[in-house]
Each structure stands twice: as structure tokens, then as C-alpha cells.
Design a binder for this molecule. Structure first.
Ligand SMILES: C[S@@+](CC[C@H](N)C(=O)[O-])C[C@H]1O[C@@H](n2cnc3c(N)ncnc32)[C@H](O)[C@@H]1O
Length: 327
């Protein structure tokens, strides 16, 4: 038997989550013209034949490809208990003039590559993240692993600078959580020196394969692991480096708590991204919201509750860097 198409995996998972909630209307919107209708019919086909009390609509009229004036149906409809809004992220940029099309959706599918749809969000009232998060996030990053360094390779000096500012000392144990292709690993290895130790952890094996291919396995031990359950003893780490990770966790507060668990008191945390939050939101075709986990107003209390003290916060055009100390 061949590998199932991605669309089959995604619609089977959604049908499994949604079918028990019937009677239900599922409304699909977003994506390229025609994508919502095609997705809706695949989703309908994935529902068990026995579950009759559901309805799946693609809302076509409101998302036509016309110039400017259209809004997403999902900005107009109010969520209701017998209705699930599914948004396909992708398609022509800036089509939705009145805000994020996905703002009210309970399910968000990355649909930028229609042949590789990936679930990026399911409202926790519909499904526990454990049902979908690991397999879907891996699918998302696996598809990007081989071209990651080609696309983002120019950022290496920015990683070196962030590592320098993170307060890594010779002899330290440093971990890079969600290390991807290991862009920070050589700088971390240089900073801890021959008496220190660097471990790169990522739950997408394809990313670690690329890290090895780039020779970065000589800078660090590479481990396939989930940031939400690190395979490390409590208080065993001096420095945690995490670039582009926190935004991808279903529960950032729990993630920061797990990072704190493995870090010794007085240890350091560096949350980094080689471009600022606003520029990243633009790259992803969405609007930055003030209440996101990495905004300064939210991050400081989130860190404090998790066992960290925020000491530096920078969110410029060129980079994002938040530094914290384990208390
Ligand atoms: C945006 S990429 C950044 C990769 C790398 N840190 C960099 O800056 O180039 C996010 C990485 O985090 C990994 N990741 C996301 N959630 C994770 C989790 N819960 N546990 C481990 N790795 C995770 C992904 O596989 C991906 O490689």
C-alpha cells in the first residue's frame, strides 16, 4: 500500500474529531479560489457513512478572487456550538481586507501548498492537542527541512550574536530546543568550549537529518524529542536556547515551565528569532495581535509563572531576542 495522501490523513483526523459532535455544520473558507469547495467535499467523504447529521459547506461567494472588497466569511459568521469554522491559510495574499480570515476559525489548515495541507490549529474544546499536534507539526516541518538552510542560511551571524548575548559560559551544558537544522549549534559549541556540552533537540527527524548533513552533529548531540516532555533530569541544564519554538507550541505556558524544569537556578533562557515579530507575521500573511505569547505584555508574566525572570526584551525589525534567568 502506498503512503496515504496528506489530504486523506488530514480529513480523516478532522472527521474523527468532528463526527462525534454531530449534528454539526462545518464551514470551510480561505485558500485559493476553489480550494474550500474541494476541501469540503474531501472532508465530507471522510465522515463515516453512519453519521448523517452533519453538513459541510464551502463558502464560495464571499471569498471570490475579486479585487479588494471581499472579506472572509469567517469574519462575518459568529461561532456557534453546532457549527465549526475551518480556515484554509494560503491563497492570494491580503485578500481579506477586514482582518485575519482565520481569526474566528476553530480549525486552521496551512494550505499554501494544496498538495501538502497541514493542520496548524484545532480549538482545544474540539480536540486535545495530543490528538493532532505531534503528527501534524512534524508533517509541517518535515516538508520544509530540506530547503530550510537554502532559504534561511544567511541568518547564521544573527544566531552567533544571540548566542553571545545569551550568557553562555565555558563548561556550560546548553540545549537548543527545536534546533531544526542546527543553525545555532556551532555558536553554542564555541561558547561552551571543550569542557561544555551542547544538545540539539527537535521532534522532526528530517530536521535533524539536515543538521547532520550540514556537519552540525560534530557541534552537538542530536536527539529526537518533544519540547513539551524533555528527556532530561531536573536542574541539569545551564542555558536553554529556543529559536522559533514557543509560537509553535500548543500551550506556551506549559512549554516554558518544562524548559524551567530542566534548568538549574540561575540558568539562562534565550528566546530568539532572526526577524522581529511584526516582520514574521507579515511573512506568514497575518496580522500581529497584541496578546500573542511573545508580546512583551504577555511574555513577562508567562515567564514569571513558569519560573523565569525576563531580563531583556528586544523586538525590532531585524530580530526578536528575549533573555530570562531561572529563579
Ligand atoms: C521555526 S523552526 C526553527 C528551527 C531552528 N531553531 C532555527 O531557528 O532555524 C521550529 C523548529 O521547532 C521544532 N519544533 C516545533 N515544536 C516542537 C516541539 N514541541 N518539540 C520539539 N521540536 C519542536 C520544529 O520541528 C522545527 O524544527
Amino acid at each position: 500500500m502506498g503512503v496515504p495522501e496528506r489530504i486523506t490523513e488530514v480529513t480523516a483526523l478532522l472527521a474523527e474529531v468532528l463526527a462525534p459532535r454531530a449534528p454539526l455544520t462545518v464551514i470551510v473558507d480561505g485558500g485559493d479560489p476553489g480550494a474550500a469547495a474541494a476541501f469540503a467535499s474531501r472532508l465530507a467523504a471522510a465522515f463515516p457513512a453512519s453519521s448523517r447529521a452533519w453538513n459541510i459547506d464551502a463558502v464560495l461567494g464571499l471569498t471570490g478572487p475579486g479585487a479588494g472588497g471581499f472579506d472572509s466569511a469567517l469574519n462575518v459568521l459568529e461561532p456557534a456550538t453546532d457549527q465549526v469554522l475551518v480556515y484554509l491559510r494560503g491563497g492570494p495574499r491580503n485578500r481579506f481586507t477586514a482582518g485575519d480570515g482565520e481569526r474566528r476559525a476553530q480549525v486552521v489548515i496551512d494550505h499554501r501548498d494544496p498538495d501538502w495541507p497541514v493542520i496548524r490549529h484545532v480549538h482545544p474544546s474540539l480536540a486535545d492537542p495530543d490528538r493532532w499536534y505531534l503528527s501534524e507539526s512534524r508533517a509541517f516541518f518535515a516538508a520544509r527541512a530540506a530547503s530550510w538552510d537554502v532559504k534561511f542560511g544567511d541568518d547564521l551571524p544573527a544566531y552567533a550574536k544571540a548566542v553571545q548575548q545569551a550568557g553562555v559560559r565555558p563548561g556550560d551544558v546548553a540545549i537548543d530546543v527545536g534546533c531544526g537544522t542546527g543553525r545555532a549549534l556551532p555558536a553554542l559549541a564555541g561558547a561552551v568550549g571543550p569542557t561544555g556540552r551542547v544538545v540539539g533537540l527537535d521532534f522532526t527527524p528530517d530536521m535533524l537529518t539536515e543538521a547532520s548533513r550540514a556537519g552540525r552533529d560534530s557541534a552537538a548531540t542530536l536527539i529526537v524529542a518533544d519540547a513539551r516532555r524533555l528527556p532530561m533530569a531536573g536542574h541539569s541544564v545551564d542555558v536553554v536556547f529556543a529559536a522559533g519554538l514557543i509560537n509553535h507550541l500548543p500551550d506556551p505556558a506549559a512549554g516554558l515551565t518544562e524548559l524551567a524544569r530542566v534548568t538549574r537556578h540561575g540558568g539562562r533562557l534565550a528566546l530568539f528569532h532572526p526577524i522581529g515579530r511584526a516582520a514574521l507575521a507579515t511573512r506568514h500573511g497575518r496580522t500581529l495581535r497584541p496578546d500573542e505569547a511573545l508580546s512583551e505584555v504577555r511574555l513577562a508574566p508567562l515567564l514569571a509563572a513558569a519560573g523565569w525572570l525576563l531580563t531583556d526584551y528586544e523586538d525590532g525589525e531585524d530580530r526578536f531576542l528575549a533573555l530570562a534567568t531561572r529563579h
